[in-house]
Design a protein around this ligand. Structure first.
Ligand code: HPA
Length: 248
């Protein structure tokens, strides 16, 4: 039985977990190098929660430099079995505008040059995971039920397109992603989801829309200040959703 009920990987705008009490910090040495920072384990809503800031607590790691393998390894080695990745995204679909929260159900990976498998080291056993459904459906459903219980509107389903970053995309890139079937665009959803699957972790994504992706809104340009303002508003809902999840 795992001593951690839920692990949360915080994205841009979520560097500390509000309300996490009686915390202890864990610096985990992994075979893949350092995680983004200490894993903070504490009590929240009567349960044990582990929190890790994906970009570091002072947002010093851009998406392509996050050590996704070390992060997931660290959470797994501390006993986490259920992981929620909180990710800032741009909305491509018309109903996925700023401040909307989405629990996506599909992924297209446009990233490159990231260590994307635990098999990627000499001598490792080659493991082919089924990734038809990139997120753990039962955990997605638990998340959706929790949001409903908390009275927070969340869109169920959508395809997350993972881009390399750290720059935002061109209009042409987003138009292509739209043709491909992407509803959201973000820079950190992969390889986090597939690495979680390799470790047999349950994993779901809580995507917080910070802006309309390039060419999808009315603005000619995307304002980074507005991104962070929208993100702060959406992030404020996260603890309530997770409290409802843990209380049920
Ligand atoms: N593109 C990629 N990642 C993002 C965006 C975006 O428009 N907004 C927030 N994260």
């Amino acid at each position: 039985m795992s001593s951690i009920d839920l692990a949360v990987i915080g994205g841009s705008g979520l560097y500390k977990f509000p309300g996490l009490e009686n915390t202890a910090r864990h610096a985990v040495d992994t075979p893949y190098g350092s995680a983004s920072g200490d894993v903070v384990i504490g009590d929240f809503a009567g349960k044990r929660v582990a929190f890790l800031a994906r970009h570091g607590e002072s947002h010093s790691l851009p998406p392509h430099r996050v050590n996704y393998r070390a992060n997931l390894w660290a959470l797994h080695s501390l006993g986490a079995r259920k992981v929620i990745g909180v990710n800032a995204v741009g909305g491509i679909r018309a109903d996925m505008g700023p401040r909307v929260i989405v629990v996506p159900d599909q992924v297209i990976d446009y990233t490159h040059g990231r260590y994307s498998s635990f098999c990627d080291v000499d001598g490792a056993e080659v493991k082919h995971i089924d990734f038809s459904e990139p997120y753990t459906e039962s955990l997605r459903q638990i998340l959706l039920t929790a949001a409903a219980k908390a009275g927070i509107a969340v869109i169920a389903g959508g395809c997350y397109g993972a881009t390399q970053g750290p720059r935002l995309e061109t209009r042409a890139e987003i138009a292509r992603m739209k043709r491909d079937g992407c509803d959201l665009v973000g820079m950190t959803g992969m390889p986090e989801a597939s690495l979680a699957r390799e470790l047999e972790l349950q994993y779901a994504c809580l995507a917080l829309v910070a802006n309309f992706a390039a060419g999808c809104g009315d603005e000619a340009e995307i304002s980074i200040d507005e991104i962070f303002a929208h993100l702060a508003a959406a992030t404020a809902e996260v603890p309530r959703i997770l409290a409802a999840l843990l209380e049920s």
